[in-house]
Write a protein of this length. Sequence first.
Length: 334
Amino acid sequence: MKQALSLPGDVLDTQTEAIKTRLKALADGQTVEISGQEGRLTLPGNADALATAYQADPQATLVAGATDVGLWVTKGLRTLPHVISVGLVPDLRTIEYTPDGLRIGAAVTYTQAKEAIAAMLPDAGEVIRRIGSTQVRNAGTVCGNIGNGSPIGDGPPVLIAAGAVLKLRCGEAHRSLPLEEYFLAYGKQDRKPGEFIEAVVIPQPQPGTVFRAYKISKRFDQDISAVLGAFALTFETDGRIASARIAFGGMAATPKRAAATEAALQGQFWTEATLRAAQDAMKADFEPISDMRSSAWYRQTVAGNLLTRLFAETAPDYAGAETRLAGWKEQAYV
Ligand SMILES: Cc1cc2nc3c(=O)[nH]c(=O)nc-3n(C[C@H](O)[C@H](O)[C@H](O)COP(=O)(O)OP(=O)(O)OC[C@H]3O[C@@H](n4cnc5c(N)ncnc54)[C@H](O)[C@@H]3O)c2cc1C
């Protein structure tokens, strides 16, 4: 016979109402400071308080969802003397439609942002669906994915191709930066001491724009990208490519635009000849490295082949030409 498990009253069971009341009282918009022997935590009550706290101690570590920073502690065994929370700042947890586009605040998680981003850019929604796991997307923020400056983060290439603009704040000073200009070199971003990301703004795609994003990873789900290519082509009414914004992750030390590839596409009709020229041009854009995720050869090959995939999905003269796709597959880009 099973015996009922009898445990001494858990404090969460015995004092539920009192604890709820105390927790609600904490959400009064006031900044909370917690100090201990191992360090200090600042929970700013609003964005102004965050700006003040970070300017006062630019050496502090900003933490949003902690899906990256948490690993510095649990895997890297680092101690963080002063942590300032971004993720709990209420006025940064906002998604707004502004005249400049969709504005996603620094505390907005991938789960919270997914629907709004996917409504604008369906392929970006699919990329978000494959970021980490449900738990990672529930905690990890869109702006934390930018803040970590990783060359293989999934958000930055997608947002760069979409023409996103970063909103930065240092004390009372605000500035805007095209997202691609934020990434200066490996581990180095255009961010002054005490400056933080307030939001990222994704402009509404212009009429005639097709947007695609392709994540290539060893496992389909729950894996970091080997290569991620994001493409925004805007067509003239006569079928010419008016503008091309193409960005890759995993191909350089930072998320990077494919300037030569874009130039090869601009003003051209989207034909196989244009595709070939763009693939040739791409060789000048990137010199990827080999690492545990893939070889340099694989990255170059895949990046070129993603252009073929883009062509197959979007070229007006492509419809029905199945045999040509077979031909392209044989001519792998090497
Ligand atoms: C199991 C697992 C799977 C993952 N899978 C993926 C994946 O598939 N694709 C992917 O791209 N990433 C993945 N990641 C990485 C991570 O989840 C993302 O980079 C996430 O978006 C980071 O957001 P965060 O809010 O957790 O950032 P945090 O960990 O809080 O911060 C990350 C960095 O950004 C800085 N930062 C945070 N907010 C700001 C701000 N407002 N201003 C300036 N700097 C700031 C922090 O100081 C830190 O350097 C994975 C992580 C884990 C643990």
